[in-house]
Design a protein around this ligand. Structure first.
Ligand code: MG
Length: 253
């Protein structure tokens, strides 16, 4: 099921994508299997952010083919960092190019959405704590990442975390084509089977460090082909079985 949050007549609503439109569900039924359909809406509604996480935990260097591309060794443990919730935007929202940087990169990533509080979860049980999957663009000011020892500044500008457009709940995360197009041209392409640490290992590793809350997001790393964007560029981040997240880059005012 593709669960979506959308706006209709200035009201935020929950729903899923049906055959000929969006079927509204109650807030309680959102991301669950026992959804009673309420009312049907057209598909051309404004899509809202599918989830409001308390934190976004990102994994650096988690694709074998990306490590090969960079000539880097496969890490023994996941390398993790955080993006603040204030960096999140939704589908079709603009990515604002900050004045402080002159090298802003895209990174398409599979995003895991946590379904309930998770602490010290084993990989065998990790599935029980996952509501579904969406697409995330881990926008990065690469020049500032190289300059700063900590990655916080380079990863945290407002609008540096596009997420969406919706959450797919019935999908195997470990064999999905993942790609990114810049102005219609293919720039990143791989398959999630090339992850070094799979989704369930990541839930185990991270939940042994910090308590994951309902709605929290794990961004599982980016495949090869990372590169820079300029104001005016259109980015389409796609994952098989989920869809496409679209954003345009604009100048900061
Ligand atoms: Mg990344």
């Amino acid at each position: 099921m593709k669960f979506i949050r959308f706006q209709y007549n200035n009201e935020a609503k929950y729903g899923f994508i049906g055959d000929n439109g969006i079927i509204e569900v109650s807030a309680e039924d959102y991301l669950t299997n026992n959804h009673k359909g309420l009312k049907k809406y057209p598909v051309n509604v404004k899509i809202l952010l599918p989830v409001n996480p308390s934190k976004i935990i990102c994994v650096g260097l988690n694709y074998r083919d990306h490590a090969d591309e960079l000539g880097m060794e496969i890490p023994d443990e996941p390398i993790i960092f955080l993006k603040p919730p204030s960096s999140i935007i939704g589908d079709r929202d603009p990515i604002i190019y900050p004045m402080m940087s002159s090298e802003v990169d895209y990174e398409v990533e599979l995003a895991v959405v946590i379904s309930k509080e998770a602490k010290n979860v084993d990989r065998e049980n990790a599935k029980d704590f996952i509501a579904g999957y969406t697409i995330l663009n881990d926008v990065t000011a690469r020049d500032l990442q190289r300059k700063d020892v900590q990655w916080t500044r380079s990863k945290s500008f407002d609008t540096f975390c596009p997420i969406g457009p919706w959450i797919e709940t019935d999908i195997n995360p470990h064999g999905l084509e993942i790609s990114l197009h810049l102005n219609g041209e293919l720039r990143q392409h791989s398959n999630t089977r090339n992850m070094i640490f799979d989704v369930y290992e990541l839930v185990e590793f991270i939940s042994n460090i910090m308590t994951l809350k309902k709605g929290d997001i794990i961004a599982t790393g980016t495949p090869p082909g990372v590169g820079s964007m300029k104001p005016g560029d259109e980015i389409q981040a796609s994952i098989e079985g989920i869809g496409t997240l679209k954003n345009r880059v604009i100048y900061s005012k």
